[in-house]
Design a protein around this ligand. Structure first.
Ligand code: SF4
Length: 427
C-alpha cells in the first residue's frame, strides 16, 4: 500500500530568509554527549581533561552514577596546572598510564578537551600522538573538544565521531553506514527495517567496539540518523564517502522518507519501502494521532538548543497539526537540514544562533502554546504561565523511527495536558 503524506508545501522554508543571531548562548557544553556516547562504545573510555566544574557537569548529566566500572572520568587540572607551574602533559601521561594498566578492557581512549584545557592551550592532539606511540596497537588514542565556549551540547558527539573517521581503514566495499548514536533498541529496529528491504551489510558509526570491522572509501554511502553531525559529514566526505540527504527519521513521514532515500541508493523503489513498512507505519500513525488530538492547532516556539529543532518542527507541523512560530537552531547546516526545510511550510521565523534576550522578547510577544527550550529557561517561563518542553530530553529519549513516533509526539503533548490540568485545578 502506497504511503501518502501531505504534499510538500508550494513554498518551503528552504529558501526562506534566516534571522542570524550572534548573542549569548544558553546551552550545555559538548561534554554532555559523553553521557550517551559511553553507552554506545563498550570498549571506550572518555577522559575529560578539565576542571571540577566539568566533573560536576558530567556527574549530574549522567544522573545516577554507574556502579560498575565507569567509562568516563575527569583528569582535574589543578591550580598549579592552570598557572603553568606544573607540566600538565607529564601529569596526563601518568594518569593515562595508570588508567590503562588498571583497565585492560579499554581499547579506545578519548582525551576530551574542555574550557580550562583550551584556556591553558594544553595540546591534546600532541598528547594523543605521544600516547599512541606508547600504547598502540592495544589502545587507540584520539582527542576531541567538548569545550563550552560557543558550542552546543550535541556538538560533542559530532566532534567525537569526526575524530574517529580518519582512523577507520580504507575500503572499496559498497556499504551503507548509518551515522549517529541511537539507543540500542532503536538501532535494532532500524537494522531490522533495512534488512527487510534487503539492504546490507549496514554499518553504524559509532560502532560498539574499536574494531568496527569496516572501512570507508569511494563506495561507501552514509545516511545521518542525527542532524547535528556536520563535521562528521565533512570528514566522511573527505574520505570519499557519499552522503544520502533525507529528512530525519522522526515520525511516520520522516522515517518513510529516510528509508526511501536510502533504498533508492540501492535501487529499491519507494513502493517496496511502502509495502515493507506498512504495519509499523500504521502503528506510528495511530500512536501519533492520539497525541495530535492535544497538539493540533496549537503553536510552538523552538529555542536553539539540541540542533534537532528543524526536523522536530517538520514533524510537529506536518504530522501533529501544530503551527510553528519560530524555529531556532544553533547552526543551519543546509546539506543536512535541506530536506526537512523543504517540507516545512513557509511562515515561521527561522533563526540561527542565539541572542537570548531578543529571542525571549519575541517569545513573550507571541506567547505560544508550547516552548521547546533549555533547562535554564524552562522554569522561569513556566512561572510566566508558558508550557515548556526541555530540549535535552529529546536527546536522551528514544525518538527515532516508527515505533518511537508516538512517544515523540507524547513528549510534546504531555506538557500541554499538564498545564491544562493545572489551570483546571486552579479555577
Ligand atoms: S567544558 Fe567548559 S562549559 Fe563544559 S563543564 Fe567544563 S568548564 Fe563548564
Amino acid at each position: 500500500m502506497t504511503a501518502r503524506f501531505p504534499p510538500p508545501p508550494a513554498r518551503g522554508c528552504g529558501t526562506a530568509p534566516v534571522l542570524k543571531e550572534r548573542g549569548q548562548h544558553e546551552v550545555f557544553c559538548g561534554l554532555t554527549g559523553i553521557v550517551w556516547l559511553h553507552r554506545k562504545m563498550q570498549d571506550a573510555f572518555f577522559l575529560v581533561v578539565g576542571s571540577r566544574t566539568c566533573a560536576h557537569l558530567l556527574q549530574s548529566a549522567a544522573g545516577v552514577m554507574i556502579f560498575a566500572e565507569p567509562r568516563f572520568a575527569t583528569a582535574i587540572l589543578e591550580e598549579t596546572d592552570l598557572a603553568g607551574l606544573a607540566d600538565a602533559q607529564v601529569e596526563l601521561d601518568r594518569v593515562v598510564t595508570d588508567l590503562l594498566a588498571r583497565r585492560p578492557d579499554i581499547r579506545q581512549l578519548f582525551l576530551v578537551g574542555s574550557c580550562p584545557s583550551e584556556v591553558i592551550k594544553l595540546d591534546l592532539a600532541k598528547a594523543a600522538e605521544r600516547l599512541i606511540a606508547t600504547h598502540a596497537p592495544r589502545v587507540r588514542v584520539l582527542n576531541w573538544s567538548g569545550s563550552g565556549i560557543e558550542t552546543t551540547f550535541t556538538e560533542g558527539e559530532d566532534a567525537c565521531l569526526a575524530a574517529m573517521v580518519p582512523v577507520l581503514p580504507e575500503s572499496d566495499a559498497r556499504e551503507l553506514v548509518v551515522v549517529g548514536a541511537l539507543p540500542d533498541v532503536v538501532e535494532d529496529q532500524m537494522l531490522g527495517l533495512l534488512d527487510a528491504l534487503g539492504i546490507g551489510p549496514v554499518r553504524v558509526l559509532p560502532a560498539p567496539r574499536a574494531d568496527a570491522g569496516y572501512g570507508i572509501g569511494p563506495n561507501t554511502v552514509f545516511a545521518l540518523a542525527q542532524p547535528f553531525l556536520g563535521d562528521t559529514l565533512a570528514a566522511l566526505t573527505r574520505r570519499g564517502a557519499r552522503h544520502v540527504p533525507a529528512p530525519m527519521p522522526f515520525g511516520a513521514e520522516g522515517t518513510t522518507l529516510w528509508l526511501r532515500a536510502v533504498a533508492a541508493e540501492f535501487g529499491i523503489p519507494p513502493e517496496e519501502v511502502d509495502r515493507v513498512t506498512e504495519a509499523p507505519r500504521a502503528r506510528a500513525r495511530r500512536a501519533v494521532a492520539q497525541a495530535a488530538e492535544t497538539l493540533s492547532g496549537r503553536s510552538v516556539f523552538l529555542f536553539p538548543d539540541s540542533q534537532l529543532e528543524v526536523p522536530l518542527a517538520r514533524f510537529l507541523t506536518r504530522e501533529c497539526g501544530m503551527h510553528a512560530v519560530e524555529i531556532g537552531t544553533p547552526f543551519l547546516h543546509r546539506a543536512i537540514l535541506g530536506p526537512d526545510l523543504d517540507l516545512l511550510a513557509e511562515g515561521p521565523v527561522i533563526s540561527e544562533g542565539q541572542d537570548v534576550d531578543r529571542q525571549l522578547a519575541r517569545l513573550r510577544a507571541a506567547r505560544p502554546d508550547l516552548t521547546v527550550c533549555g533547562l535554564g529557561l524552562a522554569n522561569p517561563l513556566e512561572a510566566e504561565g508558558l508550557a515548556t518542553k526541555w530540549a535535552i530530553e529529546l536527546v536522551f529519549t528514544p525518538v527515532h523511527f516508527y515505533e518511537q513516533a508516538g512517544d515523540l509526539a507524547g513528549l510534546f503533548s504531555r506538557p500541554l495536558r499538564r498545564r491544562a490540568l493545572l489551570e483546571g485545578a486552579a479555577r
